[in-house]
Design a protein around this ligand. Sequence first.
Ligand SMILES: Nc1ncnc2c1ncn2[C@@H]1O[C@H](COP(=O)(O)OP(=O)(O)OP(=O)(O)O)[C@@H](O)[C@H]1O
Length: 244
Amino acid sequence: MLNIQTVTKSYGTFKALRGVSLQAQGGEVFGLLGPNGAGKTTLLRILATLLRPDGGAVTLAGHDIQADPEAVRRSVGVVNGGMGLPARLTGREVLRSFAVLYGLSRAQADARIAELDDRLELGRTLDTRAGDYSTGMKQKVVIARAVLHDPPVLVLDEAASGLDIFARRTLLDFVQATRAPGRLTVYSTHVMSEVEEVCDRVAILHEGALVTVGRQADILAATGERSLERAFFALVRPEVSRAR
Ligand SMILES: Nc1ncnc2c1ncn2[C@@H]1O[C@H](COP(=O)(O)OP(=O)(O)OP(=O)(O)O)[C@@H](O)[C@H]1O
């Protein structure tokens, strides 16, 4: 479903990605974990065709990001921190206008909006103007907009940041419920507890390179640690970890 091969990316002389390779399958919630500046957003922007890699190759849902970026865009929904909503439109209006872009009829759009209302508890968000939204309301509509066309791959980049416990719970439950054969969610964050809760396999990225990738239980067993946070330190700073 997602195949990333030795991807490199530099900003000027700074190497943000130093040859990252990983694979993720349908049916998985795949965690991308790393501290600020690890290169997570850079990697996600590359696989969503928002940024070109300097080297390497990526296929998503069977499509090559360089050869067929349009097909990749149809196959992926992206949620990141920087996505705004038009302040004057209600959530329903935002979703209906995006449905037109995705080629859905009004009936199809309204059926899909009703389904997402149920799954994301959009409630009064649908008929409130985006300018009056709380952070949680905004994020729910942004997520609904990202999955409106029912893409097989969903990319969430720090999607829970700024959310209160209720909105975060809705998001994590949505991610859990979205797990299905033929569907992949890539969940990127620096918050280890979110990954521990929702992800099957995890890749840990540090300074542009992959430190490890595997099932959480296997990473804990290999490092002899009891949490991903401790495993992370054991992997990237073994001398600090041993001293604790
Ligand atoms: N357009 C850019 N120009 C120069 N440097 C950049 C640019 N975008 C990102 N970087 C640098 O590349 C590195 C990786 O950034 P990236 O945003 O991919 O990391 P991240 O793991 O997503 O971290 P965060 O959680 O802070 O967003 C950082 O050191 C960042 O400063």
